[in-house]
Ligand binder design. Structure first.
Ligand code: CDP
Length: 215
């Protein structure tokens, strides 16, 4: 089987950055599965799909015309990499991510990213549902304040306004929703290695993952 390293964890735990850096070090591809939920949310907003209609949302996901090219995320040929990072899109993504028909609709799309020589997949259920046979599973955590501070900095760097207090509140809410939803609640796979990055730099965290892979 083509190897997969899964990196799951709560919002803003640094999964995306770590996934990209690990993939770069190994010369592998990356799957940002959260982007697929965000893209679905954006498509739902843009097309006026009823966000409470689980089947309509799943159908919107099936219709998605998506391509990842370097830093670009193309939705029907238009780069929406910046747009999908907005908190309004993230909040809708978090809501619809609880829909079983949507998760089902995205399953095969995610598995199609498993191409030689290997894949680093980041998300919530990469190790538990999408790639249960992955040879290395990481569960990346960090305390909520460290995550809110990182997200705040990231949003400001991208030119969006950001308020730490509100981000902290949103993050606690999103954690709660991720943990308690009936479909795919956020859980470490039984065979996952938990890594706490609260006090680690990006380089240190990447090295922890690479050490697990080479050992
Ligand atoms: O880090 P953040 O939660 O802001 O965003 P993300 O990782 O881009 O994911 C966006 C939303 O999709 C989150 O609310 C996740 O709960 C959901 N998601 C999911 O349910 N399953 C995945 N494999 C990835 C993301």
């Amino acid at each position: 089987r083509i190897p997969v390293i899964t990196i799951d964890g709560p919002t803003a735990s640094g999964k995306g950055t770590i996934a990209h850096r690990v993939a770069q070090a190994l010369g592998w591809a990356v799957l940002d599965s959260g982007a697929l939920y965000r893209l679905t949310a954006l498509a739902v907003q843009q097309q006026g799909v009823d966000e409470d209609d689980e089947n309509a949302v799943a159908q919107a996901a099936q219709r998605l015309d998506v391509a990842f090219q370097g830093e670009q995320v193309l939705l029907s040929g238009i780069d929406v990499a910046g747009l999908i990072r907005q908190e309004s899109v993230g909040n809708l993504a978090s809501k619809i991510a609880a829909y079983a028909p949507l998760r089902q609709a995205l399953l095969e799309r995610q598995r199609a990213f498993r191409l030689a020589p290997g894949l680093v997949a980041d998300g919530r259920d990469m190790g538990t549902v999408v790639f249960p046979d992955a040879p290395l599973k990481i569960f990346l955590v960090a305390d909520v304040r460290a995550r809110a501070e990182r997200r705040c900095k990231q949003l400001k760097e991208k030119g969006f306004s950001a308020n730490l207090t509100r981000l902290l509140e949103d993050m606690r809410e999103r954690d709660e929703r991720d943990r308690t939803r009936a479909n795919a609640p956020l859980l470490a796979a039984a065979d996952a290695k938990t890594v706490d990055s609260s006090a680690l730099s990006i380089d240190e965290t990447v090295n922890v993952v690479l050490d697990f892979w080479s050992s």
